[in-house]
Write a protein that binds this ligand. Structure first.
Ligand code: FAD
Length: 514
């Protein structure tokens, strides 16, 4: 080492939504009070966005890394289990498919199960792919069991995530981080001072206090106070591919037991989510404002929700895209400040802890070597684009032509990489694989198959396999899986027996002013 190290001494996080508290909790746990001091500034007057309640399986890995007890977390955040997403009306009205977490079947010889199933199908076999996905079967029958506790059974390959109450998650992680030394300051940032080299120097709060730090993490949500407003880093707009730019969100009382999956039901001008928690259900309509007004979207959503609303519907505008530089100078942006891809596959919270993972690997010292930021930006952009393409796929493969919205989706010109991926897949079911992606092959198979893409052939390597009796074996495995799942506890029974959340009184919404 030529020079003595000059580590960061103080890191300031602006914002106390899911992004701010995930960042604070991870840093508190990783630094263990031995590296930089951490201060988080948040404004109660502004509050948090309060949506963001469906997660993906790596979320639970993050909790494990924090040393959080999963059962306690589920109880405190009123969480329920999620085995995947049920898509309704996306291909055509009335058609349904499921994107499950975890494995679909087991590899045969050196081929993935999907490729073997393709060959079987080419020879007339008609059993649907999802008959071999344990998570899809559990979701279909409303049953649940922790797959790792049943590792040597037909559901051992399944995976799961959780549906959570966003406000309770932020509160949980706040308590976690504060207990490990993170200092929280309630206050409104009114001004930001920069140094002559353009780096952020300090924040001026409404109280008059100045907060100085060596490095800042911008978790200020769509306001993007530091990365956008102060440093002026631009935003790459992806709305040519992802037309939705607004959501109406409303929470309702539960009607019946919570389903162990997120519902994504296509509508005329977007789609509706239903996210069941233990104490209530989150609902929303994500739509294109070019095609529908807020009032029309609200009326559509309110006509479809099943339980009594417990809050007034909220309008959430958003812009799909990503910062041109997610990390610039001494500011790293996380969460909505760094970018947003609409919530169809529940990926935004994932990108927060993924962003922290890369930050830990590339963490700078006081000099903030721009090469570290450049590598960070390159790597995070890869992740953002991979997720963007996966989401676009859901729209672009539609056969719907019943509204201008769906016709535009169906007829859009795809990003080059996605077009190539689709063509390779159509040739023989092979995938162009990304670098350590969130959505692995099985996810692409599930959505491609669900949206009706039929490869023209299958990879020749499958011909190494002796198919004699193989489809009979496949039938037997699917029957065993279905029967095994039928004997599992229902999702509700599993929650009640293992992680029941405290009963809470739900509010009664006040009438909106005329
Ligand atoms: P926010 O929650 O907006 O927090 C911003 C923070 O900054 C607040 O604490 C605020 O007080 C503070 N702040 C702002 N300005 C100032 C200031 N001047 N001074 C002091 N403090 C300030 N993600 C998923 O993973 N799954 C989903 O199912 C999902 N659904 C979504 C649905 C919709 C419609 C939308 C829009 C997003 C969804 N997301 C989802 C994304 C998810 O909500 C966010 O990624 C997550 O909540 C993180 O938000 P945040 O912390 O970046 O911003």
């Amino acid at each position: 080492m030529d020079q003595p190290r000059r580590p960061l001494r103080e890191i300031c996080i602006v914002g106390g939504g899911t992004a701010g508290w995930v960042a604070a909790a991870l840093m508190a746990e990783h630094f263990k009070g031995r590296l930089a001091e951490i201060e988080l500034v948040e404004s109660d007057d502004i509050g948090t966005i309060g949506v963001g309640e469906s997660t993906v399986p790596p979320f639970l890995e993050m909790l494990k890394r924090l040393g959080v007890n999963e059962q306690d977390f589920i109880q405190q955040t009123q969480a329920s289990f999620k085995l995947g997403i049920r898509f309704e009306n996306w291909t055509e009205k009335g058609e349904t498919y499921f994107h499950p977490f975890g494995a679909i079947g087991a590899p045969v010889d050196i081929s993935e199960f999907y490729q073997v199933w393709l060959k079987a199908r080419a020879n007339g076999y008609d059993r649907p792919l999802m008959d071999f996905a344990a998570a899809a079967q559990m979701a279909d029958q409303g049953r649940f069991m922790l797959p790792f506790k049943a590792a040597r059974t037909p559901i051992g390959g399944a995976a799961y995530a959780v549906h959570v109450d966003a406000k309770r998650v932020a509160a949980y992680l706040r308590a976690f981080a504060e207990a490990r030394g993170v200092k929280r300051t309630e206050g409104m940032v009114e001004d930001v001072a920069t140094r002559p080299d353009g780096f952020v120097q300090s924040l001026k709060l409404k109280s008059g206090r100045t907060v100085e730090a060596d490095f800042f993490i911008d978790c200020s949500g769509f306001r993007a106070l530091l990365i956008g407003k102060t440093l002026g880093v631009g935003y790459t707009d992806w709305s040519e591919w992802l037309l939705c730019d607004r959501a109406i969100a409303v929470q309702t009382e539960n009607v019946g037991p919570p389903a162990p999956y997120t519902l994504a039901q296509a509508q005329d001008f977007g789609w509706r989510w239903r996210i069941p928690l233990q104490h209530r259900t989150g609902n929303g309509y994500v739509f294109s404002s070019r095609h529908l007004s807020d009032d029309e979207a609200t009326a559509t959503l309110m006509a479809q929700v099943e339980g009594r609303p417990v809050v007034n519907p909220m309008v959430v505008p958003f812009k799909t895209g990503v910062r041109e530089r997610i990390w610039d100078k001494n500011v790293l942006s996380l969460g909505l400040a760094s970018g947003f891809i609409e919530p169809l596959e529940s990926t935004a919270i994932h990108l927060i802890y993924r962003g922290m993972d890369f930050f830990f690997r590339l963490m700078p010292d006081l000099d903030c070597d721009p090469n570290l930021a450049a590598e960070y930006n390159r790597r995070m952009t890869v992740d953002y684009e991979e997720i963007r393409d996966f989401i676009i796929l859901h729209y672009a493969l539609t056969r719907r032509g019943d509204t201008d919205f769906w016709r535009r989706c169906r007829d859009m010109v795809l990003p080059e990489g996605l077009q190539h991926k689709l063509e390779v897949f159509r040739a023989n079911g092979a995938l162009v694989e990304a670098l350590d992606p969130l959505f692995r092959n099985v996810s692409w198979y599930a959505v491609m198959d669900g949206m009706g893409v039929k490869p023209r052939s299958y990879p020749p390597l499958v011909d190494r396999i002796d198919f004699t009796g193989l489809t009979r074996e496949m039938d037997r495995a699917a029957d065993i899986l279905r029967a095994f799942v039928g004997d599992l506890p229902t999702h509700q029974d599993f929650l009640d027996a293992n992680c029941p959340a405290p009963t809470v009184d739900l509010p009664i919404p006040q009438p909106l002013p005329a």
